[in-house]
Design a protein around this ligand. Structure first.
Ligand code: NAD
Ligand code: MG
Length: 384
């Protein structure tokens, strides 16, 4: 391996961005940051540019102030600059740690330039899975999964032929309301929802974990990453979040991947793959009692999981509609405009009101994405 690998980190100021930077601080001889981006968090981006002496930075939002970056950093603004950064000639690896549908275009740009793409952004695969995987194939680019469950599967299937996989099983903690009586769910507050029992993450994915929309998105993500049929994908509740994923092989053997619940493990594995080096954090402590329990999820408690599975079964653009309506509903919930159980209501109504289309055009996908957001916003106005 030629070190240091040159890395672009899109979404550097977020939670996955922070985990990535922890890995880079641990291995400065192996990774050099050559580009960083954020949406609007200028001050945080500036600090990262200074600490890691980053030559290229991008603020994808055109709004906000323009502080003075160090002379060694060239700062650009706007969505086109984000695409430029994603395909920076100098880079070997592009980490996509942007949240939401905004991850799709830079992911495609990075793949088209043949880079190794470390993909944390799951929404890009949910809305454009076929396009993303075809683009990777066409341009000979690798997608290395960084979502913890998918990175776990990626580790378990190394060296195993595709036809030996019976199914894969994603674990879910069940979120903060796993044991709350269902009739109390509508009243839960934003603060309670953002209080995840195991993981510290960005706001949107933390709400998605409480509704289990996150696990639904991850099923669709896994389908594309590992080229599987919907019936080969399972979900199990595993409260401690130590086992991240299990691969069931056709001979009945199951391989599982385990770490404590922190994203530094998956990020390091993905960035330094196929090499292993000392980790940022301590591994599992087996000198203490460890309860690794598993139970099936209740679809009554987690309607978002059911809706994601239904949209995955329907295929075409139904997962895009699921994702866009979920993003709008979560945003409305975080603005205190709707209650917790209104999130699945908005998604279900929007799915019922939207057409599922088959398309290979990015423009069609983006048009449908905006149209879906408009329908979901109307549903929110009716409820709020
Ligand atoms: P976050 O909200 O903490 O950070 C998001 C980052 O994206 C920030 O740097 C922000 O500036 C940038 N961003 C936001 N909107 C943007 C836009 N419109 N255009 C360009 N950049 C934009 O999110 P996060 O929790 O770090 O999650 C990032 C992605 O990784 C999500 O897709 C999430 O599902 C996935 N993921 C997160 C975790 C986790 O532990 N946080 C785990 C697995 C997967
Ligand atoms: Mg995950």
């Amino acid at each position: 391996m030629n070190y240091p690998k040159k890395l672009v980190l899109l979404g550097a100021t977020g939670s996955i961005g922070e985990s990535t930077l922890k890995v880079i601080r641990k291995h400065p001889d192996k990774i050099q940051v050559v580009g960083i981006s954020a949406n609007q968090q200028v001050d945080k981006l500036l600090n990262i540019a200074e600490e890691f002496k980053v030559p290229h930075a991008c603020l994808s939002s055109e709004k906000g102030s323009s502080p003075t970056f160090p002379s060694f950093t060239e700062l650009k603004r706007g969505e086109e600059s984000l695409q430029e950064l994603a395909s920076l000639v100098d880079a070997d690896i592009v980490v996509i740690a942007v949240v939401g549908a905004a991850g799709l275009i830079p992911t495609l740009a990075a793949l088209k330039s043949g880079k190794d793409v470390v993909l944390a952004n799951k929404e890009s695969l949910v809305i454009g899975g076929e396009m993303v995987t075809k683009t990777a194939k066409k341009y000979g680019a690798r997608i290395i999964p960084a979502d913890s469950e998918h990175n776990g599967i990626f580790q378990c299937i190394q060296g195993q032929p595709q036809q030996s996989i019976e199914s894969i099983i994603l674990t879910a903690s069940g979120g903060p309301f796993r044991d709350l009586p269902i009739d109390q769910l509508q009243q839960v507050t934003i603060e309670q929802t953002l209080c995840h029992p195991n993981w510290s993450m960005g706001k949107k994915i933390t709400v998605d974990s409480a509704t289990m929309a996150n696990k639904g998105l991850e099923l669709i993500e896994a389908r594309w990453l590992f080229n599987l049929e919907p019936k080969q994908l399972e979900v199990v509740i595993h409260p401690p979040s130590i086992v991240h994923a299990i691969v069931r092989f056709i001979d009945g053997c199951c391989l599982a991947q385990m770490t404590p619940p922190s994203m530094t493990f998956a990020m390091q594995n993905a960035i330094l793959f196929p090499e292993r080096h000392q980790g940022v954090e301590s591994s599992i402590d087996f000198s203490q009692p460890l309860d690794l329990s598993f139970s099936p999820p209740s679809m009554d408690r987690y309607p978002c999981l059911r809706l994601a599975q239904e949209s995955m079964d329907e295929g075409y653009s139904a997962p895009l509609v699921f994702n866009a309506s979920n993003e709008i509903a979560v945003d409305a919930f975080l603005r205190n405009r709707i209650g917790f159980l209104d999130i699945p209501r908005i998604i279900e109504n929007t799915l019922n009101l939207s057409e599922s289309i088959s398309t290979e055009s990015i423009e069609d996908l983006l048009t449908l994405d905006s149209e879906t957001r408009r329908i979901a916003a109307t549903q929110i106005d009716l409820l709020a």
